[in-house]
Design a protein around this ligand. Structure first.
Ligand code: PLP
Length: 710
């Protein structure tokens, strides 16, 4: 970080010459000097170049206006104002809180001033660096010799081996040097929450508006288990979002608790609409408790906020209404909601404490912020027992955490702080909004068909759009007012073939075809539904990526309209079964799959599937214990009616468990099986379109097998 921008003063010798001398002195010190042509040029430069570490300018010419404008971009950046003896200094106490330093024009002062600029640059870096990362960098720079793990010893071991050297060169020295042992006492300990690790936790808690935060190095999968183990003793009853991540299903296998499910609504596209408001009421919970053997009043609840498709809850309502002492929001997908006003009231840590309740939030720092994979945080607001919680934490935490991951959690927090952080989020919202408008424009302008976007009719401003009761766009029949909101950065593209009521058109383009086409062009789709594709506009998405997605969509349309051969349009798919696809054209393939979906009434099937849950014959915990005892056998998927499932069955997509361990599909819940069989049948007819069902095994003959209890 060594770029200094100089706004050259008007050309009078007494100003120009000292600045020229200073530029020379700074260059000699290793700074890179750039000269924007005016204040607007400077501001744009600044927005696009986060490595700029200081601005030199003429106070008389630019003054406080420029400072305020820069402050909007980065309030920490050092500003060096040059004044002459007759300059007026009208600086208020408020302005003095900026990193604003004054120097006088004068010859032969450059050496001294450049020295001070170096010091202020160091202070700037120190101010924006979070505590643990700072300590880790410092430790690595010191280059101590250790005689402890990890065995590669700051990378030295790799460099003694030919193949190891390749590994070293790829990852680079600092990655390996920063992989230090927990025995290094200077950095404190993740497990004991000491020294710079404790400072990092406090820093993260302050940043995210939590009372306490815990850094977790094995993903939100682990964070969810930690919270669950702490919050629900054996024998207790837990309310769980049926739209839960599989880590929560695993929690139910580990912990001897009785689950009661909150069931989210869904629309014909298969998009989850969130849990309707009435399900949070006492009456509704009491009814479920009464209907479930062994159940008692729940001690803990888990809600996925946001849903996979980007619907956020009004969290205030849930916190106030839900009559359980402990509420866990699984916010793996939305670690950024605390940093932009459009998410106010929808983030879990927002607002004051909720009387008599403790609120937990888990988030995958790595999913939509910038952190290494596995980076995750648990936030807490409310009273809890720190020592007991830490037992649950340690139970699931490695004693050899990767410090690179830990530092990246803290770094993600540092990046979203202040105005630079807000701008980062703002830009991803703007980019998504722009993309939405572009697709809409192309739809209006296109001849014949084009892709549509799942969003309200009018999307002028960047806001979270409410899923209002009765509004036609969303397709949810039971939407509640002020309850769910669509996050603009989660973009669902719709392909032709089905409308929001589930009405199927005579022709259609299943989304899986588009996903394959994009994938073969290096654009990877986050999630594919029958006629929808989900794209995440996270902070790493820049204009070029958004453009290549748009180009991919228009290219698909062109190739589809020309009715190209599958062989030319989807070579990877063709390679899966050249005989089958030899003469096939893209429109035949699309209509073939669309026909299968239509024939089996997919929208209705999907609604029915999630309308009636399979019957819980025993808790997931008890079912897993049976499995561990070997009391299971394998049957074909189609034969599982009347049998107790040993596994969780979870088709991708929608990626939500349809059968939990210990549950039985009965005649009443047969739709679940029909739905799974329908998904399987597409793969049986069209090679390359096999559905991935977690918990079921696909054999070479195209049959799916599941494990049931004997
Ligand atoms: C991805 C995900 C998790 C698990 O997070 P990891 O960081 O991948 O372990 C938990 N909950 C939800 C809702 C998720 O989408």
């Amino acid at each position: 970080m060594n770029i200094i921008a100089i706004l050259l003063p008007e050309h009078v010798f007494y100003k120009a010459e000292p600045v020229r001398e200073l530029a020379q002195a700074l260059t000699d010190q290793g700074y890179h000097i750039v000269y924007p042509s005016g204040s607007q040029d400077l501001l744009t430069l600044l927005e696009q170049n986060p490595r700029i570490a200081g601005i030199i300018f003429d106070w008389e010419q630019y003054g406080m206006d420029l400072c305020l404008a820069i402050n909007e971009i980065n309030e920490y950046l050092p500003l060096y104002a040059f004044i002459s003896t007759h300059s007026v200094l009208d600086v208020s106490a408020n302005d003095m809180r900026m990193a604003l330093y004054f120097f006088e024009y004068g010859l032969n002062a450059a050496a001294d001033i450049s020295q001070r600029i170096r010091q202020y640059t160091a202070e700037y870096i120190d101010a924006i660096m979070p505590p643990l990362t700072k300590a880790l960098f410092h430790y690595v720079e010191e280059g101590k010799y250790t005689f402890c793990t990890p065995g590669h010893m700051a990378g030295t071991a790799y460099q003694k081996s030919p193949v190891g050297s390749l590994f070293y060169d790829f990852f680079g020295g600092n990655t390996l040097k920063a992989d230090v042992s927990i025995s290094v006492t200077e950095l404190g300990s993740l497990l004991d929450h000491t020294s710079s690790h404790l400072e990092a936790e406090e820093y993260i808690a302050r940043t995210f508006g939590a009372e306490q935060s815990y850094m977790v190095t094995n993903g939100t999968s682990t964070s969810n288990k930690i919270v669950g183990m702490y919050a629900s003793p054996a024998g207790s009853t837990v309310l769980i979002d049926r739209n839960c991540h599989k880590s929560l299903a695993h929690l139910l296998l580990m912990s001897d608790v009785v689950p009661i499910y909150l069931t989210p609504s869904r629309n014909a596209y298969g998009i989850l609409g969130g849990i309707p408001q009435r399900q949070f009421s006492r009456a509704c919970i009491a009814q479920k408790v009464a209907a479930t053997p062994q159940a008692s009043w729940p001690v803990h609840a888990v809600i996925t906020n946001s849903t996979y498709d980007g619907l956020l809850y009004n969290t205030q309502y849930i916190k106030q209404t839900l009559a359980v002492p402990s509420i866990h929001f699984d916010s793996a997908w939305v670690p950024y909601t605390n940093f932009h006003p459009i998410y106010r009231g929808k983030s879990d840590m927002s607002g004051e404490r909720t009387p008599d309740k403790v609120i937990f939030e888990t988030q995958s720092t790595h999913k939509l912020l910038a952190a290494f994979s596995q980076a995750s945080i648990i936030h807490i607001k409310g009273d809890y027992d720190e020592l007991t919680f830490n037992e649950a934490y340690m139970m699931h935490t490695t004693t050899s955490p990767h410090y690179g991951i830990v530092a990246s959690i803290e770094m993600a927090a540092a990046m979203v702080r202040g105005k630079p952080g807000r701008r980062l989020i703002q830009r991803s919202i703007e980019r998504a909004l722009h993309f939405r408008k572009e697709v809409y424009r192309l739809l209006q302008e296109s001849e014949g068909w084009f892709f549509d976007i799942w969003q309200p009719e009018i999307i002028e401003d960047a806001v979270c759009w409410p899923v209002e009761p009765g509004a036609p766009w969303h397709g949810f029949r039971d939407a509640d007012a002020d309850h769910m909101y669509l996050d603009p950065i989660k973009v669902t593209i719709l392909t032709p073939g089905m409308d929001e009521t589930g009405e199927m058109a005579s022709e259609g383009i299943p989304a899986s075809l588009v996903a394959k086409f994009l994938n073969e062009r290096g654009v990877v789709v986050e999630k594919t539904g029958p006629y929808n594709l989900l794209f995440l506009f996270s902070i790493g998405i820049d204009k070029t990526k958004a453009m290549s997605l748009l180009r991919g969509l228009t290219e698909f349309k062109r190739a589809y309209d020309l009715n190209l051969r599958v062989r030319n349009m989807l070579p990877d798919l063709y390679a899966e079964d050249p005989d089958f696809y030899r003469h096939m054209r893209i429109q035949d393939l699309a209509q073939g799959i669309h026909g299968l979906i239509r024939q089996q009434h997919l929208p209705q099937l999907m609604l029915n599937t999630f309308a009636v849950l399979p019957e819980m014959k025993m808790t997931p915990y008890a079912a897993f214990q049976q499995q561990v005892r070997g009391n299971v056998e394998t049957v074909e998927l189609s034969q599982m009616v009347g049998r107790i499932s040993a596994n969780m069955l979870l088709p991708y997509s929608p990626g939500v468990p349809v059968v939990m361990p210990g549950e039985m599909i009965t005649e009443g819940s047969r739709a679940v099986l029909d739905f799974l069989l329908m998904l399987c049948s597409i793969g049986q007819h069209y090679p390359g379109f096999e559905t991935d069902i977690h918990g079921a095994e696909l054999t070479d003959d195209g049959r799916y097998w599941v494990r049931v209890l004997k």
